[in-house]
Design a protein around this ligand. Structure first.
Ligand code: 5GP
Length: 182
């Protein structure tokens, strides 16, 4: 399995079972916290696709799901904070309890822009969850309701995260060999 990309991987930081156990925990917590309120889970494409797909199946209360897609300008492996909406939500979030699910938060610039836009649409509440958190690199303080794993300052791929649009299909989180970038 994955033999053609195995050689690009330097090391696996978080294994598949560990990820799924954490997603299960998050699903249980969300089901408990939002009981009776039918929240809307907002996934940020493309990275949070696998997370939202797995998470939804671990949530046991009524929910709806929607997606946005954003692109940040600037270098491939660093965020510039300049964000463009490629795809907006399909439905209104006015009066809804909104939970934005991110794959990874690094500086927080991308997410703070997204939150500013969504806050302007009068949701009943607006919370954030992320699978991965590079807390040490944060430039903007963001309150996280759900947080999976803390990560060191290392560029990672897998489970939705890409480098040059590749590696999203890996079921684990890993770092790539430096040669891959050159
Ligand atoms: P921020 O605006 O928080 O600095 O960056 C958020 C975005 O940068 C993420 O949604 C993701 O697209 C990208 N990003 C940040 N760190 C990583 C990483 O380690 N790997 C990958 N593949 N993308 C990252």
């Amino acid at each position: 399995m994955f033999t053609s990309i195995q050689q690009d991987i330097e090391d696996v930081l978080i294994g598949e079972n560990e990820i799924l156990a954490k997603v299960n925990e998050m699903g249980q917590a969300i089901s408990k916290d939002y009981k009776g309120s039918c929240p809307v889970i907002v996934g940020v494409l493309k990275g949070s696709g696998p997370l939202v797909a797995d998470l939804l199946r671990r949530i046991t209360i009524p929910v709806t799901v929607d997606f946005i897609s954003v692109s940040s300008y600037g270098p491939a492996t660093r965020s510039s904070g300049l964000v463009r909406f490629l795809k907006d939500l399909d439905f209104s979030i006015e009066g809804r309890h909104v939970l934005v699910m991110e794959d990874i938060i690094d500086t927080g610039l991308t997410l703070s822009y997204i939150l500013r836009v969504l806050r302007g649409r009068y949701p009943a509440s607006l919370e954030v969850g992320t699978l991965l958190d590079k807390q040490a690199r944060r430039l903007i303080d963001i309150k996280l309701r759900y947080r999976g794993f803390d990560l060191p300052d290392r560029f990672v791929v897998g489970y939705g995260l890409d480098y040059a649009q590749r590696y999203r299909n890996l079921p684990f989180i890993c770092a790539l060999r430096p040669e891959v970038y050159s």
